[in-house]
Design a protein around this ligand. Structure first.
Ligand code: MLT
Length: 265
């Protein structure tokens, strides 16, 4: 690791959620002395579009530039960049734009491959639908059963309610913009293959949206990739089983050469 000894863990959220997707994991990791930030991606949470709209054509590149601008404001620090699903796509895009800014990676319930044509068309259709509806209740109904694993759906009603509320209250313009951005995203396999730093791939074993095969592919592509599986959790393992996800992230952070939490060493 190069630069300052005070590393920063940056955790990017999933679609169509906001920074709170990571808040439980971030609280545990920061209690252990690591500095963590959980930015909202463009259109979501505290980064909600203003009346003038998103300002750019939909692209994950724009989201990655927003994250880079935050890193620029913070200054030169070793960065452990983490992303959950769409946050992972943005992390891979950032890796393409500024590979020198990333010292280590955490990719959670995401994938490196681009969409096939039916998936792309489906995203564009959803974008039109939410804009036409002017709301996201129908989207929440369709998405929540897929975002969560069967254990959460049957036994973690608070998590189900929390995720449903997040999806129901998201700005339809942010949903449409992000769906169009994800539809246009390129394949990220080369970006991962070009990354030589340590990388943790975290996967909820009940994830219905990012397959185990996609996780194995990322681990194979990464020079120093390792997989951690989370039992009884699905696509939003970070919300469904935050203690378990935080534990694997902490083990990964503790093993990073040259990085230490504040107050140690
Ligand atoms: C997410 O959780 O961010 C989404 O499932 C990503 C996607 O739609 O591909």
């Amino acid at each position: 690791m190069t630069g300052s000894p005070r590393p920063l863990l940056v955790l990017l959220h999933a679609f169509p959620l906001d920074h709170t997707a990571w808040e439980d994991v971030a609280a545990i990791v920061s209690r252990e002395g690591w500095e963590v930030i959980t930015p909202d991606l463009r259109g979501f949470g505290r980064a909600r579009h203003g009346p003038e709209g998103p300002g750019d054509e939909p692209s994950l590149g724009a989201m990655a530039r927003d994250v880079l601008a935050i890193l620029d404001r913070i200054g030169t620090r070793p960065v452990v960049l983490g992303g959950l699903s769409m946050g992972g796509y943005v992390a891979m895009e950032l890796l393409r734009q500024a590979p020198d800014r990333v010292d280590a990676l955490v990719l959670a319930d995401t994938k490196a491959s681009a969409d096939d044509e039916p998936a792309r068309r489906n995203r564009l259709r959803i974008a039109e639908q939410v804009l036409a509806a002017g709301g996201t209740e129908a989207l929440a109904q369709a998405m929540v059963p897929n975002l969560l694993g069967r254990t959460s759906l049957s036994r973690r009603s608070q998590v189900v309610d929390r995720v449903r509320r997040l999806v129901e209250t998201v700005d339809p313009r942010a949903v449409a913009w992000a769906q169009r951005a994800m539809a246009a995203r390129p394949d990220s396999r080369a970006a991962l293959a070009g990354f030589s730093g340590p990388a943790l791939v975290v996967w909820g074993e009940q994830d219905q949206l990012s397959s185990r095969a996609e996780q194995d592919l990322m681990v194979q592509l990464l020079a120093q990739g390792q997989l951690a599986t989370i039992s009884e959790a699905g696509h939003l393992a970070a919300m469904e089983a935050p203690d378990e996800v935080a534990a694997v992230v902490l083990r990964f952070l503790d093993g990073l050469p040259g990085l230490r939490r504040s107050g140690t060493g």
